[in-house]
Ligand binder design. Structure first.
Ligand SMILES: [Cu+2]
Length: 486
């Protein structure tokens, strides 16, 4: 690829959108009532077992073609893992695949040895071998777990699941999990393997799928009881697709972002615009009449596509279907160390993103050598942070424990990036030269083209913490660095 032939990313997205619609609209799917289930066996030594295994799933109903995915315990998404805040979590990964793999516990303020980053915090677990993950989850909330080795392939093949850290006090609120993914399938319904590793995608918006699933199925239906209030835990696990969803006929409260509680409020415009890896928790009041069907929609530019639905239980309207919609829910307890957080004393680190199609990157460093664009494309390193295309030899910054760090990101590319910091959460403290503190903690934040966004965090967790774009093809293509807390 030369600069002159770098094409317009919009074309690619349009093509994918058409394909997505064609497959989704083909009427092949059979909607099913869904509850995510998964069985987790417990070993005598107290470890829960996650087996990374191949598994045939049916995206298109029982009569449709089978799609071989990679799974944990024969289900993708993997089993929903529920742990109590502060509890010791013991999980044994057994690798029954023919590629090395690891598990990363996304968003958990974890012991660095347990962070699961192949090549940085541990060696990838070889086929036939196992690894014991043991950690304490200090914050209650909605998290997820996923592979962190060859993620551009292994995540695309289905190696992920939801991790719920429950508040110490059990809540009576019923919960519904929505795990959103897009898959790129070929004409026969198999994973489109030819496109895995395709540098064209890496240099554009990433590998976008052509079918969309919630909890591993198309168009699931979720029961609601008139008058009830349910908690929705939503995560976007797609490799690269930014997802925007909408609830017709309902006006939910947002209560948490990326696992961390926020003061409950009604939704703002972009609250349900989720970059890869981002989560939100909502409380939704079932205000409709018995028997009502109401769509959950995927917002695609001007149009809305139904991707799931709520179905209200039948039965007499007992009058409870007018719930106290104006009553704000109670805030969840916040456990981040706010008091020690000092953005004013922060050590500032610039991070300039360059690269990709329609970008200005002419050269970048790999392994201390300067490469031109042609060589970078050949090496599949088509993105860079501060002129370095994905080297992990040196950290972005080395700081003493207890230091507050501010990373000033400049997105000098034509694409959005979902920046994820391991091991802690950060606050977005400035956007396009406007400083603010909205009280929200994130572990992943979207940075749009030409934006300047500053993240601040307290470096209180020692270790090597990866900092990367969660558009996984961008990470693989050079958008990755790390922060050393000593
Ligand atoms: Cu990116």
């Amino acid at each position: 690829m030369t600069k002159s032939t770098r094409d317009d990313p919009e074309n690619r997205i349009q093509l994918n959108r058409r394909h997505f619609l064609a497959v989704a609209g083909a009427g092949l799917f059979t909607p099913t009532l869904t509850a995510i289930a998964g069985s987790v066996e417990k070993n005598n030594d107290g470890f829960f077992i996650l087996r990374a295994q191949k598994f045939d799933t049916k995206f298109f109903g029982d009569k449709g073609p089978a799609t071989q995915v990679w799974s944990y315990n024969q289900t993708s998404p993997g089993p929903v893992i529920k742990v109590k805040q502060g509890e010791k979590v013991k999980i044994r990964l057994i690798n029954e695949l023919d590629q090395p793999t690891t598990i990363h516990w996304h968003g958990i303020r974890i012991d660095n040895k347990m962070d699961g980053v192949a090549g940085l915090t541990q060696e990838a677990v070889k086929p036939g071998e196992s690894f014991d993950y043991e950690f304490i989850a200090p914050d209650a909330g909605t998290y997820w777990y996923h592979t962190h080795n060859r993620s551009w392939e292994q995540l695309a093949r289905g190696l992920y699941g939801m991790l719920i850290v429950e508040e110490p006090e059990a809540s009576p609120t019923r919960e519904i999990n929505l795990i959103l993914d897009d898959w790129r399938l070929d004409e026969s319904g198999r994973i489109d393997e030819k496109s895995l590793g395709e540098v064209h995608d890496w240099a554009h918006a990433g590998r976008l799928g052509n079918i969309l699933t919630i909890n591993g199925t198309q168009k699931p239906r979720f029961k609601l009881i008139p008058g009830e209030r349910v908690r929705l835990r939503i995560v976007n696990v797609a490799n690269s697709r930014i997802m925007e969803i909408k609830f017709a006929d309902h006006d939910p409260w947002i209560i948490a972002k990326d696992g961390h509680p926020i003061t409950p409020r009604k939704l703002n415009k972009d609250d349900l615009l989720l970059g890869p890896a981002q989560r939100v928790d909502l409380l939704l009041d079932a205000t409709q009449k018995p028997g009502t069907k109401s769509p959950i929609q995927f917002v695609d530019q001007e149009q809305k596509i139904e991707i799931a639905s709520f179905e209200y239980a039948q039965g007499p309207d007992n009058g409870s279907s007018q719930p106290p919609a104006s009553t704000p829910p109670k805030s969840l307890p916040i456990t981040m160390p706010h008091d020690k957080f000092a953005p004013l004393d922060a050590k500032a680190v610039p991070l300039v993103m360059i690269g990709g199609a329609m970008g200005s990157m002419e050269k970048a460093m790999i392994g201390g050598k300067m490469l031109d664009w042609r060589q970078l494309v050949k090496a599949k390193r088509v993105w860079a942070f501060n002129g370095i295309a994905g080297d992990l030899d040196k950290p972005l910054i080395r700081v003493k424990r207890g230091q507050t760090v501010r990373i000033d990101i400049i997105n000098d590319t034509s694409f959005a990036h979902a920046m994820h910091l391991h091991g802690t959460h950060f606050k977005v403290v400035a956007r396009n030269n406007m400083s603010f503190n909205n009280g929200e903690w994130r572990d992943t934040e979207l940075v749009f083209p030409d934006e300047k966004v500053s993240f601040a965090f307290l470096a209180d967790n020692p270790g090597k913490w990866l900092f990367h774009c969660h558009m996984i093809e961008h990470q693989a293509g050079g958008m990755v660095t790390w922060i050393d807390v000593v």
